[in-house]
Write a protein that binds this ligand. Structure first.
Ligand SMILES: C[S@@+](CC[C@H](N)C(=O)[O-])C[C@H]1O[C@@H](n2cnc3c(N)ncnc32)[C@H](O)[C@@H]1O
Length: 273
């Protein structure tokens, strides 16, 4: 789908310029090793900020971000390249170069007091603009290394067949569930959850950022079709935990709420039984 002017799928452009932080606080609700070595599907990834963070900072083996809006997916690829351009050289490169006192890497590392490869924003953003983005390595990186451990696809995820199983499915986003529910109705939301279940390995996790029914009001005002569709909805977000249990998930673990202002939302964790 190309971008439409009304973001009826929640396909907001510039979404991350409105969110207050670069490190997404929703991820900090999860245990530190939650994503380590895991395969992750991020449904409704928008411009891929959370997707890239999971791939770059949380040690995921492989992350796939999907979104229905192709312009946003182009933005997600750009985000990946931009983060890669800012990332510090690998630790072994820094350590090797640190012996050579004339090397700029050594000088910079010493100035920063930082020879740790976790210094991810090593190069300023301006570097990419003044020169060119760093080339993405051609598949020499092992799985689990950013940036080759993350890819993006444009797709209406609900419409495509299940082709791969993951350890973790994230449905962040204020509601990818809300947009699917409003656009396609009660049956579609059940279908969405069933499909998430099918897309997970046994014991896999769904990370869900549920929306309250009240937040549907603003979305309904956005578009006549959504308003009409909303009149026929019998299910409410409060029903989702029961639907998920019927499908084969355990009880939700409420991880808490984070974020500022209108972006303060709860995050729930479900396990596939
Ligand atoms: C509000 S954004 C959330 C962005 C991101 N997940 C986050 O929380 O930071 C919701 C995203 O879901 C996408 N979306 C909605 N319906 C979709 C569908 N059927 N398949 C794939 N993506 C969809 C929208 O295009 C939009 O970018």
């Amino acid at each position: 789908m190309a971008s439409s002017t009304t973001p009826v799928y929640g396909n907001y452009h510039g979404y991350y310029s409105k969110r207050p932080s670069v490190r997404d606080p929703r991820l900090s609700l999860l245990p530190p090793s939650f994503f380590t070595g895991k395969t992750v599907l991020d449904i409704g990834c928008n411009e891929g900020w959370v997707t890239c963070e999971i791939a770059q900072l949380w040690g995921a083996a492989r992350v796939v971000g999907v979104d229905v809006d192709e312009t946003l997916i182009r933005g997600a690829w750009r985000r990946r390249r931009s983060l890669w351009s800012q990332q510090s050289p690998e630790r072994d490169v820094i350590e090797r170069k640190a012996d050579d006192n004339s090397s700029p890497v050594s000088k910079r590392a010493k100035l920063d007091g930082d020879t740790d490869s976790h210094s991810y924003d090593h190069f300023p953003v301006s570097c990419e603009h003044s020169h060119e983005p760093f080339p993405i390595p051609t598949n020499t990186s092992p799985e689990g290394r950013f940036p080759t451990n993350v890819i993006f696809r444009t797709t209406d995820w609900l419409a495509e067949p299940v082709s791969e199983e993951y350890d973790i499915v994230t449905a962040y986003g204020l509601s990818i569930t809300k947009w699917i529910h409003l656009n396609c109705g009660d049956d579609s939301i059940k279908r969405f959850f069933r499909k998430v279940h099918e897309s997970l390995n046994a014991g896999g996790f769904l990370v869900l950022e549920p929306q309250s029914w009240e937040t549907y009001a603003k979305a309904r005002r956005m578009d006549e079709k959504l308003k009409e569709n909303a009149k026929h909805l019998k299910l409410h977000p409060d029903d989702f935990p029961a639907i998920l249990q019927d499908i084969g998930f355990g009880l939700p673990r409420h991880l808490g709420s984070v974020g500022e202002g209108g972006f303060r939302r709860p995050v729930d964790l479900y396990i596939k039984l």
